[in-house]
Design a protein around this ligand. Structure first.
Ligand SMILES: O=C(O)CCC(=O)C(=O)O
Length: 261
């Protein structure tokens, strides 16, 4: 399986879903119209940004608005959408939820961010999820994760040990820790022998400047695509046969000794 993957490294207007929906539609159109794009991915909390104190007002009730928006665009452009994450107002609280919609317009998976990032006050306003980020598209096992999750190698391993070949990451990663972003993602790719498609936002909000530098990394750990700091679409072809090739050459998934860890 070979896919053309496009990362939408967009800026996010703080606390203004209306503006962000309009911008996202234009970005998805730019990534897909007249092009053979198979998958697009958006950043974390792209509808609201980190306007956490107003999430009960500007969050998306059961993510319905974002889901319908993506369903329409997925069918129009015949593209799978990793819909970044949105502030998802459920009955028991607000979650940071990653949405996966296939090109037929079906909601394939939702993943609520597991690890909440205290440095940016997430634990005060959001609830932590309780499911994995595993899903399938075109019969391939894949995984989705959100930002801070990449600091937890055991969480990524939970997904790759169940067969995930690509890890999609949606993020709002600050520029102050750009070195960590790149090093952690390369390490996750090498140790899990998987592709990483990591979408960060660009721009800033009242508290943080964000790093951009979205990355596409192959299962050997080579960076095959890296965005700059500003808004852009980063597109690369990923060939999942390379995952099998690397896993056969250095068979860590059969050599590991989980009974000792
Ligand atoms: O781990 C980090 O340094 C950044 C994490 C983050 O910004 C987030 O999870 O939103």
């Amino acid at each position: 399986m070979s896919w053309n993957v496009s990362i939408i490294q967009m800026d996010i207007v703080f606390g203004d879903p209306e503006q962000n929906f309009l911008a996202a539609e234009n970005w998805i159109k730019a990534a897909c119209e007249g092009k053979e794009t198979d998958i697009v991915i958006l950043p974390e909390l792209w509808t609201t940004g980190y306007d956490l104190t107003r999430l009960s007002e500007i969050g998306d009730s059961h993510a319905q608005k974002a889901i319908s928006f993506f369903q329409k665009l997925a069918k129009t452009y015949q593209v799978h959408i990793i819909g970044g994450s949105v502030a998802n107002k459920k009955d028991d609280g607000i979650y940071n939820t990653l949405l996966v919609i296939n090109k037929e317009g079906q909601l394939v998976h939702t993943y609520d961010k597991l690890h909440l990032f205290q440095l940016m006050d997430e634990h005060l306003y959001l609830k932590s999820g309780s499911t994995t980020g595993l899903f399938t598209l075109d019969d391939e096992i894949l995984a989705g994760m959100i930002c801070y999750d990449i600091r937890f190698p055991e969480w990524v391993r939970t997904h790759t040990s169940k067969g995930a070949k690509v890890l999609f990451v949606s993020a709002e990663w600050p520029l102050a820790r750009l070195v960590h972003w790149k090093a952690l993602l390369i390490a996750r790719a090498i140790e899990n022998q998987c592709y990483i498609v990591a979408c960060n936002r660009s721009g800033s909000d009242p508290k943080n400047e964000f790093a951009g530098h979205s990355l596409i990394i192959d299962p050997w750990g080579e960076v095959i695509g890296e965005a700059g700091e500003k808004q852009e679409i980063l597109t690369r072809t990923i060939d999942l046969a390379k995952v099998t090739e690397v896993r056969e050459m250095i068979p860590i998934f059969t050599d590991r000794k989980p009974e000792f860890y």
